[in-house]
Design a protein around this ligand. Structure first.
Ligand code: MIG
Length: 762
């Protein structure tokens, strides 16, 4: 990666970033070459060409391609406090990333703003939304490079709207300071961007289950009611959210004494039912002498000031409010510590809302630009700090939870954020609407968030404003199985949860949520990849198939991890679903039917159908349905194996703490091979600790049209069972499931290197 900084006056300002993390990697070796027209910086296999007159920067790959080349006419520019950089757009360039956006997957041809905004009534064309991610990559013919413009001021990206032949990015203050991130593949760009700004740490395993929220479950009794209703309906669920009505007069860190008389007891009872509680915390602190948080904050100088020097007073839910200055490290520390009571009450996770910050005083929705911030020791006004306010709030929360519960991974959910916010919090996409259009819109929005480093994200299932029809809700719950953050949330109105739409829909909805739980070993294994390499769980086809131009605009088909492709049903009353599969061979996830890539299919869909396809040779680790995810390893790990040559992996740890970073985990890697007369899966490697492994394995080869002749383990035949009698207790055995067209093997143990080999008659 190469960094460019511009100092129009010849003097650089402070070198400070909210996004970029320290790197342990040694600085690369570089050389400089000069000729009369240009200066060349040569680093690794990249060459930077800096033209002398005019000063223009471009990057050259070993193949001689010029990437991210400044336009000849403009290059870098400044005008007062404004800075801007213009670069060439080529025919065939597509633009991805830029964080949370409405509209299609490809961001070329429009202007995008970064100015965190409480976009309460947003529509697919609304911009900006709640987050700022000044990062994008350009993909052309399979080759990508990325740009990260590390500037937290209001910024804009004109991706070829003003002119077809160039794009530009700039801000109304701060430094022209950007990184060029080489590919060649989009995955390479994402991995490097993750090294620059950090990746999504593994969340506690419960946070990957289904979550239920509402504005608000406004009394302990209503919380207990929803908790019981989901368990009675056997709808798996791991978390229940408390929105602002749990507070006393919307004062953060208080409880309403009438409606939540004994919160610790409520938390204990929820815990007994297998739920974690997540409580909302807003930044706006009620201005009221005698209210502990206000008094402490004032005494500690923790609130943002207006230019006159007094604490700035705005208006949010509690009435007159002051705003903690999270850009000040002492304030972050204090804010983290203020959570102690919630933690001691037994609250598991913290939900940060309104942290753009939202202020009802002005029609522009936020605090005045003259509001002062500490800005990590170099005081500045709100223009410099607006876009990082929410991220620093979540950081303060995350770090506070870590200090108070050192042996547990924090769970923080945030609405606002800046590049790197993924280190601290999951992100949800704010106040969407109960409509089919908003259901569809969530897909490219979350895909581009994943392409911007925000792996742990989701939209409100069922829509926040409005009422979904039972059908819309069911389809949304089916789509949400693949949202990394799987949460129903709604703004009051009728109950909106899997059990709220009557018997037939309860069954339908339960099935969707159950699929999430059956896939949880796969999901957890893939989330480990988010932390390790920056690869998102929910990812567009272009990440796996960058050289298939036909998938670049694919907005309603996506990959779930690297093995599964999903074509969710996104239209009302749909009886069929049309899709084109990328190249290769594909298998229906449920029935195992074979499909060929690069062909269009129209498949029939019933109310319960979720069209999912597996890559040839995929291994998908699964488990039986649980009502909530506890920390134990699955009793039995089911590996669904698809015909072909390929493989897969299973990762597990205790799901709670960070000991996995010191080796307390289990990783199994499998290889699948197919020949004319056999299908085989090998445990290639087992690393780590067996205590995190299952008690037994169920290997299910799907898409097998005929009963095999025999099945071998480690070269020796294993016992066939005709039916299911004695099956569960058998140490090892196999049977053929004719209806499911699957060979099922059960085995207590699986030695590293050993192969299950299904052999057919010649
Ligand atoms: O002014 O806390 O996006 O999820 O339920 C509205 C109440 C404030 C906006 C959030 C929404 C939340 C609601 N909040």
């Amino acid at each position: 990666m190469i960094r460019v900084r511009l100092a129009p006056t010849g003097v650089f300002g402070r070198d400070h970033s909210w996004a970029v993390i320290e790197s342990a990697a040694p600085a690369p070796r570089w050389r400089i070459r000069e000729d009369p027209r240009a200066l060349w910086v040569v680093v690794g296999d990249l060459r930077v060409r800096i033209g002398r007159d005019p000063c223009r920067i471009a990057f050259e790959t070993p193949g001689g391609d010029r990437l991210a080349a400044d336009t000849l006419s403009k290059g870098m520019s400044w005008d007062g406090a404004e800075v801007r950089c213009y670069k060439q757009l080529r025919e065939g360039d597509h633009v991805f990333g830029l964080g949370e956006r409405g509209g299609g997957l490809d961001k070329r041809g429009a202007v995008w703003l970064n100015w965190n905004h409480d976009a309460a009534e947003h529509e697919p064309w609304t911009d900006p939304l709640y987050q700022s991610h000044p990062f994008f990559f350009v993909l052309n013919n399979g080759t990508a490079y990325g740009i990260f413009f590390d500037n937290a001021h209001r910024s804009s990206f004109d991706m070829g709207k003003l002119a077809r032949e160039y794009y530009s990015f700039g801000a109304d203050g701060g430094e022209l300071n950007y990184y060029i991130i080489p590919g060649p593949s989009p995955k390479d760009v994402l991995r490097r961007y993750g090294e620059l700004v950090g990746t999504t740490p593994l969340p506690p395993s419960w946070a990957l289950g289904y979550q239920q929220s509402r504005f608000s479950y406004s009394s302990a009794a209503s919380v207990r009611r929803i908790a019981r209703r989901l368990r009675a309906g056997r709808v798996p669920c791991d978390a229940i959210y408390l929105d602002i009505h749990y507070m006393d007069g919307f004062r953060c860190f208080t409880w309403n004494k009438q409606r939540f008389a004994r919160p610790a007891r409520l938390m204990r009872d929820l815990d007994k039912l297998g739920y974690r509680a997540v409580c909302i915390v807003d930044p706006g602190i009620r201005k009221e002498p005698g209210y502990r948080v206000y008094d402490e904050g004032l005494a500690g100088d923790h609130f943002c000031r207006n230019d006159g020097g007094a604490a700035y007073v705005g208006k949010v839910w509690p009435g007159e409010t002051v705003f903690p200055d999270y850009t000040r490290s002492a304030t972050r520390r204090w804010w983290g510590d203020v959570h102690r009571e919630l933690v001691e009450t037994g609250v598991a996770g913290i939900w940060n809302d309104m942290n753009e910050p939202a202020d009802f005083t002005f029609s522009h929705g936020t605090v005045p630009m003259t509001v002062r911030h500490n800005n990590d020791g170099e005081p500045a006004d709100h223009r410099a700090c607006h876009n990082v306010y929410g991220m620093q709030m979540s950081r303060a929360t995350f770090e506070g939870l870590r200090r108070m519960r050192p042996n547990e991974r924090p769970f923080v959910l945030t609405r606002a954020g800046y590049a790197g916010v993924q280190r601290y919090a999951a992100v949800w996409t704010g106040d969407n609407l109960s409509s089919w259009e908003h259901l569809r819109m969530s897909i490219p929005m979350l895909l581009n968030m994943g392409l911007s480093g925000i792996c742990f994200c989701g939209a409100d299932v069922g829509g926040f404003r409005g009422r979904p029809s039972p059908e819309l809700y069911a389809r949304w719950l089916q789509l949400g199985v693949f949202y990394p953050l799987y949460r129903t949330h709604t703004a009051g109105g009728p109950q909106q949860d899997p059990a709220a739409f009557g018997g037939a829909h309860l069954r339908l909805n339960r099935r969707a949520v159950e699929l999430r739980y059956r896939l949880s070993p796969y999901i957890y294994s893939q989330m480990r990849e988010c932390e390790a390499s920056g690869m998102p769980l929910l990812r567009p086809l272009l990440l796996e198939f960058p050289d298939h131009p036909e998938v670049h605009k694919c907005d309603d088909v996506f990959m779930f991890g690297d093995q599964l492709l999903v074509a969710p049903v996104v239209h009302e009353g749909a009886k069929t679903r049309t899709l084109t599969l990328p190249s290769g061979e594909w298998y229906a996830f449920e029935g195992g039917e074979r499909y060929e890539g690069r062909r269009e299919y129209e498949i029939r869909v019933g109310p319960a159908t979720i069209p999912i396809f597996a890559r040839a040779g995929a291994v998908i680790p699964m488990q039986d349905v649980l009502q909530h995810l506890d920390r134990r390893p699955p009793e039995q790990l089911t590996l669904r194996v698809f015909p072909g040559n390929g493989g897969g992996r299973y990762y597990n740890d205790d799901g709670v703490n960070y000991a996995y970073r010191e080796g307390a985990f289990l990783l199994e890697e499998y290889g699948v091979a197919r020949s004319a007369r056999s299908l085989a899966v090998r445990l290639i490697r087992r690393t780590g600790h067996e205590e995190f492994g299952p008690r037994s394995y169920a290997v299910r080869f799907v898409g097998v049209p005929d009963a095999p002749a025999r099945v071998l383990y480690d070269g020796k035949p294993i016992r066939p069972f005709a039916g299911t009698r004695g099956w569960r207790r058998a140490d090892r055995g196999w049977r053929y499931d004719r209806r499911g067209r699957a060979v099922c093997i059960t085995s207590r143990a699986w030695r590293e290197g050993a192969v299950f080999d299904v052999q057919f008659r010649p």
